[in-house]
Design a protein around this ligand. Structure first.
Ligand SMILES: [Zn+2]
Length: 587
């Protein structure tokens, strides 16, 4: 007996990220009921980052149960560390809650604590410590090892699988035929596809984290197979995916769009998805697509910088790949991808590759200093320069990454272009700070942002704020970036931590095939759910009663619109946690 599994139109799941996964269906044996858990995890109406706080950062809990004053009690000796009054009550439109704030920022002494209200309600325990987020950085970055394809994976605790997807072949849409030896990379999300477009922004974001905060990441141990080698763990993990990306570049410099089966599989372990994993192209000459090729150029240009000290041969290989990919795009600027007949995995269609080319050009210029790339970049800028707008980075909208890389490069730049980029970024940052001040749970989302991938939007807001802070240091930018992290880790109306195995009430049922199929109760660690979605496609999220947008979430593995981890969601979270690690390491 079998029935059709759920339709997956990840327009909702990923729409705000600018990419679209196609409808899908997969046969599953038996009547599958799924597992879910009430979304409201508790926390007694006192909502805060369940991991804790850095000693010198601001510290605010949102309280949705009526009270007048609060105290913070030390768990070490039961003493009262701080007493204060709650703010006046106000209505939060994002959640529909009446909320008050408990601000205990003046408490800086490291330790374990809990909040108690004068109404008798107590919250969960939390920590104040210098390295409060180091374990979060470890789990979220190490989750990429858990997503590895084509090698034995063992995270410990039973979270393991043998080599998967080693059987590869050229799909007829690729312009080639026969079996091939292309494997590796990271599984994209809850599914096992590997997509150049989403790999592009993910890998670029992680390499940017290294470039911004590498000094403190150099010795950060991830316990991966390459640990102890010449390449620092952080870069070694990224190199695993880079090597797969490079393997999708054809001899002419163009890059195929993706590698996957013909359709999504049911909830099985990766080694159980059998049959050829296809290298998939556009179906006609030149078979490779412009956006995928430009993304590879951008990412390998960054990699050429990052690996030059640790793996010079690989660095040179990356630079060569970037140059040939960029040249291919000059000759093929408008080759767009649609899923060929018979292929139903994620498409990442995009009919405008100018932003990918802008990003690639900026990165190549930053790496090489070659005037050709500077000239090309300047020619792509909107005129007048004051019309430059900063769009939030997403899989198919990457112009901001190009702008920022140019402005951060620090040599031979157009001062006018840099000033315009900085002003546009700071303007957006100020808007996010304002939105955060309006939100009852401190995040910087506008009401319309609770759509596909809202948690990735939150994390990318923080990335933008941290870039803005590099342009113009401002504590309000840092506070806002941190408040978004607090939201993801428990300061939200559901009292949930949206990262698996982090916090006192983490999600339990992500739409993540290994987490469902491995027969272990807790899901694989360090995965950020894509989060509340007021415009869902899956029937489980859709079945929720219409309510305030922050509440449009269900912890159910069938809810791909609101509960699927995606590598491009984890990457900006790693960026933020790396920034905090760097900050705490310097004290
Ligand atoms: Zn695999």
């Amino acid at each position: 007996m079998s029935r059709r599994e759920f339709l997956k139109t990840a327009a909702s799941c990923l729409g705000a990220l600018g990419f679209v996964k196609d409808s899908w269906g997969a046969q599953v044996s038996g009547v599958y009921a799924g597992s879910s858990k009430a979304a409201s995890a508790g926390a007694n109406g006192i909502y805060l980052n369940q991991i804790g706080f850095l000693p010198d950062s601001s510290k605010v809990a949102t309280v949705s149960t009526r009270a007048g004053s609060f105290l913070v009690r030390s768990l070490r000796d039961n003493s009262v560390a701080l007493r204060s009054t709650l703010s006046a009550q106000r209505l939060d439109n994002a959640s529909g809650d009446s909320v008050q704030f408990a601000d205990f920022s003046t408490l800086k002494v490291p330790g374990a604590y809990r909040i108690e209200l004068d109404s008798g309600v107590s919250g969960d325990s939390f920590l104040i410590r210098k390295d409060a987020y180091d374990n979060a950085l470890l789990l979220t970055m190490r989750s990429f090892y858990g997503q590895r394809c084509g090698c034995d994976v063992n995270l410990g605790g039973g979270y393991a699988h043998p080599k998967c997807h080693m059987d590869a072949a050229f799909h007829r849409s690729s312009g080639k035929t026969g079996r091939c030896d292309i494997h590796g990379g990271w599984h994209d999300a809850g599914d096992y596809g590997r997509y150049m477009i989403n790999s592009g922004i993910t890998t670029g974001t992680l390499l940017w984290a290294w470039e911004s905060y590498g000094a403190s990441l150099h010795d950060f141990a991830l316990q991966i197979p390459e640990s102890g080698g010449k390449v620092p763990d952080f870069l070694a993990e990224i190199q695993w995916n880079l090597q797969w990306m490079l393997s999708l570049q054809d001899n002419d410099g163009g890059v195929w769009q993706k590698q996957s089966r013909d359709d999504f599989c049911s909830f099985i372990m990766p080694q159980d998805e059998l049959g050829p994993n296809y290298v998939i192209g556009t179906g006609s000459v030149p078979y490779k697509s412009t956006c995928a090729t430009a993304d590879l150029a951008a990412v390998t240009a960054i990699a050429a910088r990052c690996y030059s000290s640790y793996a010079p041969v690989f660095s040179q290989q990356c630079l060569k790949a970037a140059r040939t990919a960029w040249s291919w795009c000059q000759n093929n600027p408008n080759v767009f991808f649609k899923n060929p007949p018979g292929i139903h995995t994620a498409e990442f269609g995009d009919n405008d590759c100018r932003d990918e080319l802008l990003w690639a050009t900026a990165e190549l210029w930053r790496t090489t200093g070659d005037a050709l790339f500077n000239q090309a970049f300047m020619g792509m800028l909107p005129q007048p320069l004051a019309t430059i707008k900063i769009e939030l980075p997403s899989a198919t909208r990457v112009a901001s990454l190009g702008y920022w890389s140019y402005a951060l490069a620090g040599r031979n730049r157009s001062d006018a272009a840099v000033a315009a980029i900085q002003q546009a970024t700071l303007k957006t940052a100020r808007e996010l700070v304002h939105q955060s001040s309006e939100n009852g749970y401190g995040n910087s989302l506008a009401l319309e942002d609770y759509a596909g991938g809202s948690n990735a939007v939150v994390a990318n807001h923080s990335l933008l704020l941290l870039i803005a802070n590099q342009f113009e240091p401002d504590s309000s930018h840092l506070d806002c970036a941190l408040n978004n992290l607090h939201y993801l880790l428990g300061r939200n109306c559901l009292g949930i931590s949206w990262v698996t195995q982090l916090g006192s009430h983490p999600l339990q049922h992500p739409h993540h095939r290994p987490s469902v199929a491995d027969n272990i109760v807790a899901p694989w660690p360090g995965l950020l759910s894509n989060g509340p979605n007021a415009n869902p496609a899956d029937p489980i999220t859709k079945a929720l009663p219409r309510q305030a947008p922050m509440r449009m979430y269900v912890d159910d593995e069938r809810a791909y619109s609101s509960n699927e981890p995606i590598i491009s969601c984890n990457a900006p979270l790693v960026f933020v946690l790396a920034a905090l690690h760097a900050q705490s390491s310097h004290r």
